[in-house]
Design a protein around this ligand. Structure first.
Ligand code: GCU
Length: 334
């Protein structure tokens, strides 16, 4: 049995190596690129990544091939970021929230009501501030390399609370256990509303909701739908407390291994996929709300003022140092 297992492992190992560096029909080298993320394949962000793969294939004439590992197959977002730094994963798609633990300026995106509305959010991300933040992803607080390279943003809409109990106003969150990402800002925001915050990966959340480990969470409509959390959580309160973008992040090890031309292709394909994904997002987000409602979820619009007021101390606590400068620059974007 030991020999059999050994032989099998060898085959898997060779298949893996073969997969990473193959040959095209004309004998030229094909570079296989591993892209990992935590969402379902029905999620519009996954479809954006698929478009990235198609565009890269087209630009590179088939010499750069993207292999996507969705649904936390290669680990939670934090684990994927670590593996990307180590060169085990070439590119990962994560929320900017867990990036804040690697590059603290990124905690900025989790600040409640940082953006005035969706237009403001995209004017910021598409402009100089968005570019400066993508550049900032490569550098740690102490000025050393983070091992990560920011490629492009994907739309992740706005996040709102959902729960197994009725949610009608900020008050109804009091005493509930709410799951948050690995994100100290979200933790503080949830506490400021009188709830307790429980940190866990996205993949564990369904079971936890089902078993009563937590009473609710917060996310955008496509994530509530594609994760099937709505099967357990029938109450969704649209308070839109944050707009936390998703971002495509390459590892420096992978990036450094590409030549100039390949880098230009990867960059172009990433930016192209962002535009594609954004258009898809607008449609899919509305469709998700309709489907959630049809599945029996009560969806209410919250008055954001109460939420804004209660979470204000969180903004004061975390908008410090270089984050404060970015907050001011974001506020100044018309
Ligand atoms: C969103 C986001 C994911 C993130 C998830 C979460 O769906 O797009 O990147 O993992 O929220 O709450 O964990």
């Amino acid at each position: 049995l030991g020999l059999l297992v050994g032989a099998l492992l060898c085959c898997v190992g060779f298949a893996w190596i073969g997969q990473r560096d193959g040959k095209a029909a004309d004998g030229s080298r094909v570079r296989e690129i591993t892209v990992a993320h935590g969402l379902a394949v029905t999620h519009p962000v996954h479809q954006g990544i698929e478009e990235f793969g198609r565009e890269l294939d087209r630009l590179s004439g088939g010499s750069l091939k993207v292999n996507i590992f969705p649904g936390e197959q290669l680990g939670t977002e934090t684990v994927c970021l670590e593996k990307t730094q180590q060169g085990e994963i070439d590119i990962t798609k994560v929320s900017t929230a867990p990036i804040g633990n690697f590059v603290p300026v990124f905690k900025l995106f989790s600040l409640p009501y940082l953006f005035r509305d969706e237009d403001h959010y995209w004017r910021v991300l598409d402009g100089e501030v968005g570019e400066d933040l993508l550049d900032a992803l490569s550098i740690t607080e102490s000025g050393t390399s983070s091992g990560l390279v920011g490629m492009t943003y994907y739309d992740a809409g706005s996040r709102s609370f959902y729960a197994t109990r009725p949610l009608t106003s900020a008050d109804s969150l009091k005493g509930l256990k709410i799951r948050v990402q690995q994100d100290p800002v979200a933790e503080a925001a949830v506490k400021s509303l009188g709830a307790s915050a429980v940190t866990m990966g996205f993949g564990e959340l369904y079971t936890s909701l089902k078993q009563g480990g937590v009473d609710g969470a917060e996310n955008n409509p496509p994530s509530l739908l594609s994760s099937r959390h709505f099967e357990v959580c029938k109450h969704y309160l649209l308070d839109e407390h944050s707009r936390i973008p998703d971002v495509l992040v390459a590892g420096s090890k992978f990036w450094d291994s590409l030549n100039e031309t390949e880098r230009a292709w990867v960059d172009q394909a990433a930016r192209h996929s962002s535009k594609f994904q954004r258009e898809l997002w607008a449609i899919e987000s509305q469709k998700a709300l309709d489907e959630l409602e049809a599945a029996g979820v009560t969806i209410l619009k919250a008055d954001p003022e109460a939420f804004r007021h209660l979470t204000k101390p969180v903004v004061e606590q975390f908008a410090t140092g270089d984050r404060k400068e970015f907050v001011n620059r974001i506020g100044a974007v018309k």
